[in-house]
Design a protein around this ligand. Structure first.
Ligand code: ADP
Ligand code: MG
Length: 238
């Protein structure tokens, strides 16, 4: 335990919450399949970043996470890699409809970046990824969602529009990510985020990532997540 504390300290990781899994040192410690390890290697990721070292084992254990680390620290892979594992763990992939993983991001640019990252890891498994955001044809997105997907990455307003149009159902959704939660708050998306969360079964796994953690975002996180483990890297989120 002393070793774990020192290892966390060396990575500038602070955690709170009960039964926090120990941080990993290498991607090999995650129990990923060969296909996923190959995809990681193909990305040129040699070792996990600090947020990945601590968040990956927590997310893989099924716990909710509040993850705070500055921009560029590798938060996307911290939720995308376990999402692939989560989806592959589902029995009879094609039986029901709608996405299993739902990722909300504040802007179309961010949604698109997450889409590109998710595609790389989803592709070897034939997992279908859809990205839906403003500024693109709603009808095309409607059709894409109707055709089916396991992962949807969306800006909140557009996702709500498409839910109203019944382009998708949340019946299969069990893995929810709120990325860049601080910016979603700043852009006034709190009501939309709450509406989306309210449409997803309460026994879901929920992850909230942010570069900063103002009190109002922390309060929202505590409302929406269940017994979360909080992980902060560096000076942020003290
Ligand atoms: P954040 O969401 O924290 O701002 P990103 O997930 O966008 O950060 O990652 C920032 C950059 O670091 C991306 O180009 C990503 O491909 C890269 N990256 C992520 N994880 C690793 C890793 N383990 N090793 C090397 N590069 C990584
Ligand atoms: Mg990010």
């Amino acid at each position: 335990e002393q070793d774990v504390a020192e290892y966390r300290k060396s990575l500038a990781i602070r955690t709170s919450g009960f039964d926090v899994p120990r941080p990993i040192k290498a991607f090999e410690d995650c129990g990923f399949s060969i296909a996923l390890m190959n995809a990681i290697a193909k990305q040129g990721y040699e070792k996990p970043t600090p947020i990945q070292c601590q968040a990956l084992p927590i997310v893989l254990s099924g716990r909710d996470v509040i993850g705070i680390a500055k921009t560029g620290s590798g938060k996307t892979a911290a939720f995308v890699l376990p999402m692939i594992v989560h989806i592959m763990d589902q029995p009879e992939l094609q039986k029901e409809e709608g996405p299993i993983g739902v990722i909300c991001a504040p802007t179309r640019e961010l949604a698109h970046q997450i889409y590109l990252e998710a595609k790389k890891f989803a592709k070897p498994y034939g997992i279908r990824v859809a990205a839906v955001y403003g500024g693109m044809s709603k009808l095309d997105q409607f059709k894409e969602l109707k055709a089916g997907c396991e992962i949807v990455i969306a800006t909140p307003g557009r996702l709500i529009d498409l839910l109203k149009m019944k382009a998708l159902t949340m019946l299969r959704a069990t893995y929810l990510v709120l990325d860049e939660a601080d910016r979603m708050f700043d852009l006034g998306f709190e009501p939309q985020v709450r509406s989306i969360v309210g449409q997803i079964r309460p026994d879901r796994q929920t992850l909230l990532f942010s570069a900063t953690m103002p009190n109002k975002v922390e309060r929202l996180a505590r409302e929406i997540l269940t017994d979360p483990i909080r992980v902060a890297v560096g000076e942020v989120g003290m």
